[in-house]
Structure formats: C-alpha cells, structure tokens
Design a protein around this ligand. Sequence first.
Ligand SMILES: [Zn+2]
Ligand SMILES: [Zn+2]
Length: 248
Amino acid sequence: MKLTVLGCWAPYPRVSGACSGYLLQDMGRNLLIDAGNGVLSKMLQHINIEELDGVLLSHLHPDHIMDIYCLRHAIESANREGRINRTVPLYMPTGPTEDFTRIKGFTKAFEVQIIDEIPEPKKITLAGLKINFVAGKHNLPVYSISFEGSKKLVYSGDTAYNEDLIKLTTEADLLLCEASGLDKDTDYLKENHLTARQAGQLAAAAGAKRLMITHFYPEYVLSELQRQAEEGFGQITELAREGATIEI
Ligand SMILES: [Zn+2]
Ligand SMILES: [Zn+2]
C-alpha cells in the first residue's frame, strides 16, 4: 500500500503548494482522498485520469473539495474522447447543501454515494479495499476514514479529539492525522481541530504503528508541529511532504 501526499496545506497553500489531497494506491488500484485546490495537477504527475478508481471527500470545506470542480471536467473529457466509458464513484457527506447539490449534479463524471446514508457501521468495499467511516467533530459534517487492504491506513479528515477516531485507528499501520496548530492554539482549535500534540496523543492511545501529520497552516514552522506531535506520540512522527510517496 502506497500513499502519496498531493497537498498538505490548509486553508490556503504555500507557494506552489496544494491543499488537502492524497493518492492511495494498493493492489493496482487508485483512490483520491480529498481534492483541495491544486490537487488535480499534482495527482496527474502520478496517474492518468483513466486510472482513477474512486474519490472520497472527508467533508465539503473548500480546502478539501475545490479541485472536484476541475476533476469533473477531466473525467467528462476522458469519456467524450473514448479514453474511458464510465463514471467514477464519489463518496461524500451531504452538507452544506449548496456544495453538496452542486457536486451531486456532476452526473456525467461521478456516481455520487452519500456517506451519511450508509447504514451503521458505515462500511463499504471500493477498489478492493475495506473502507470504514466514522463521524468526526468539526463545524461541518465530516468523516474520518479507514482503508484496509494489504495494510491499514486511517485518515482523520478535519476533526477535534474523539474516541471514535481512536477506535477506528486501532492497529493502523499508519495514521494520517490533521495537526492544525501548536499547544498555544489548543483553546482556539478545541471544537474543530487537533493540535499536533493531540494528534500524537491520539495515535498513542490507538496504538498506531506510524503517525504522519498534515493539514498545516502555512504560517507555522513545521518542525515545531513535528516536535509537539512526537512528544504526544512518544515516537518519531513524519511530516506530510508534497510529492512524497511512502510505502505503508
Ligand atoms: Zn481543512
Ligand atoms: Zn474543515
């Protein structure tokens, strides 16, 4: 199982960077997890549109979905030109209604599946992977997502600390976790996001084998986030780096 970081910034990118987006590859299949601004261009450095087997959007904040509007056209063009003859499965929550309704209308590109409507426990199989969703704590409906194939990856999405994410992360080979601030930001972030230290503590509580932090505000010194995450985790913690592919 391979993970490529396409974008790691929030809620806007650094120079030449992209917001949230990750390419997950396992057993010859390709999934796009989140599609923030700049992500499509980065994804095309690794796979062609024809090779994309599915898309999952953790939630509908702009830094996680803006390139869906471009990806839609890329898939429609591939169909029109006969390079593929199919729509691509797209999983997403339903809110906010305005964004959901607009994306749901891209029926020539996507076969939209609503995560909220998957019965509990929210488990699906896509591209040969077992995928499980749990609701997170954020100011929009959000899902943390686990992927089980040759290895187990858990992606936090945007969320405050919660027990369901710890349970989901049990025995994960890698937790890819948002780390939206430092200790000094704890109060400001507490309803919607994790600090780097909390990301580390969550990984430790779940017994995750590895932790990679992501969802960085461009103003921060990343080595400070890394240090606080490592103190929380009690182990080496990796920083998401755009363009980097890791073997899980
Ligand atoms: Zn975000
Ligand atoms: Zn968000």
